[in-house]
Design a binder for this molecule. Structure first.
Ligand code: MTE
Length: 318
C-alpha cells in the first residue's frame, strides 16, 4: 500500500476510479452478481434476511419517517462498506472490523451545554428505539435502503441542555490504534470528525443508530453507535461515535481537511451540484451493477428539510 500524506490523498480513493481499482471492484461485484443470478437485482423486500445473528434489539417501534422502498439485503449493507479506519477497500471493514472493541463503550457529550455528561452504551440503548428505513446515498453515487434502529439525536441533546452559544455540533469517532490498522496511515487526519449545524442536528430525521435489521450494529457499520443523517451524503454519518461536542464555530471535518474543494461542510445530497470529478445526477442502487436511478434533491427528504436551507446558495454552501 502506498502511504500518502493527507494532502496527497485523492478522495478518489473513496471512489471506484482508476483502472485497476475500478476493475478489481467490478470483478468483485460481478462475482457477487453471478451468485445472486439475474444481475443480482431481484432481492425480495425482506428477503428473509440471514443476519450475523448479533444480539436482537427489543421494543422497537415503527416510524412514520420510513420509506416503503425495498430494503437492501443485509449481506450488502454489511459487506460493502466505507470505514477507512479498517482499510479503504469496500470489503475491508467486514473483514477487519471484528477486532473493534465495542465494550465497554462511552459517549462523552460536552461543550456548550449546561449539563455535560458521559453516557455508557447501556444507557443509550434504553432510549425509545425506532426502526427508521432510510435511503443512504453515498457521495460515490451508489445508494442503499437500510432499516436502521436508533433514536432521535435531539432526545440526547435535550438531556445535556445546549446553551445559546451552541451553534454547531461536532461528532468525533473512535480511534483504537490497536484494532484499527487504518489510523496508522495518513489517509485522513484522524479521528474521523463530522459536523452539523445545530438545527440540522436537532431535526427529527437525524438519528443515532444502534442497530439494523433488528439486531445491534455490526462493527463494520459503526458499532456500537453511529450518526445517520439521511438527506446528506453518507460520509456525514460518522461511525462508532466517542464524543459529541456542542460548539460555537463550524467544525472542521475530516473530509474538508483532506480536500475542501471536493467535500463541503453541508454535503446535502444535491443532483444539481456535481462533484468536481463526477456527476451527482444519478445513482446505482446496490447491488445493481449498471442501472442508474435519478438522485433526488436532499435524497428525497426535501419536504422535511428544505426549509433549513431557505435563502442559501447551495452551490456555494455545498
Ligand atoms: N465513519 C468513520 N469513522 N470512518 C469512515 O471511513 N465512512 C463514511 C461514513 N462514516 C466512514 C464513516 C462514508 S464515506 C460512508 S458512505 C458511510 O459511513 C458508509 O456507511 P456504511 O458502511 O454503513 O454503509
Amino acid at each position: 500500500m502506498i502511504i500518502k500524506r493527507p494532502h496527497d490523498i485523492q478522495p478518489s480513493e473513496i471512489t471506484p476510479r482508476g483502472v485497476y481499482e475500478g476493475r478489481r471492484r467490478f470483478m468483485k461485484l460481478a462475482a457477487a452478481a453471478s451468485v445472486l443470478g439475474a444481475g443480482g437485482v431481484l432481492e425480495p423486500a425482506r428477503a428473509q434476511e440471514k443476519t450475523l445473528g448479533l444480539p436482537k434489539l427489543g421494543n422497537v417501534a415503527k416510524s412514520r419517517f420510513s420509506t416503503a422502498e425495498p430494503l437492501t439485503a443485509y449481506k450488502h449493507i454489511t459487506r460493502y462498506n466505507n470505514y477507512y479506519e479498517f482499510g479503504t477497500d469496500k470489503d475491508d471493514p467486514a473483514e477487519y472490523a471484528g477486532r473493534l472493541k465495542v465494550r465497554p463503550w462511552t459517549l462523552a457529550v460536552e461543550g456548550e451545554v449546561a449539563k455535560p455528561r458521559t453516557f455508557g452504551i447501556e444507557e443509550l440503548l434504553k432510549f425509545p428505539l425506532e426502526e427508521r428505513i432510510y435511503r443512504l446515498r453515498c457521495v460515490e453515487a451508489w445508494s442503499m435502503v437500510i432499516p436502521w434502529i436508533g433514536f432521535e439525536f435531539n432526545r440526547l441533546a435535550k438531556l445535556v441542555e445546549p446553551t445559546s452559544k451552541a451553534k454547531f455540533v461536532e461528532f468525533v469517532t473512535a480511534v483504537q490504534p490497536d484494532t484499527m490498522p487504518g489510523v496508522h496511515l495518513p489517509v485522513l487526519d484522524w479521528p474521523y470528525v463530522e459536523g452539523l449545524r445545530i438545527d440540522e442536528a436537532m431535526h427529527p430525521l437525524t438519528i443515532l443508530a444502534v442497530g439494523l435489521y433488528g439486531e445491534v450494529l455490526p462493527n463494520q457499520n459503526g458499532a456500537p453507535l453511529r450518526l445517520v443523517v439521511p438527506w446528506k451524503y453518507g460520509f456525514k454519518s460518522g461511525k462508532s461515535l466517542a464524543r459529541i461536542r456542542f460548539v460555537g464555530e463550524q467544525p472542521k471535518t475530516a473530509w474538508e481537511k483532506a480536500n475542501s474543494h471536493e467535500y463541503g461542510f453541508y454535503s446535502n445530497v444535491n443532483p444539481n451540484v456535481d462533484h468536481p470529478r463526477w456527476s451527482q445526477k444519478r445513482e446505482r442502487r446496490i447491488p445493481d451493477l449498471f442501472a442508474r436511478r435519478e438522485t433526488l434533491m436532499f435524497n428525497g427528504y426535501g419536504e422535511q428539510v428544505a426549509s433549513l436551507y431557505a435563502g442559501m446558495d447551495l452551490k456555494k454552501f455545498f
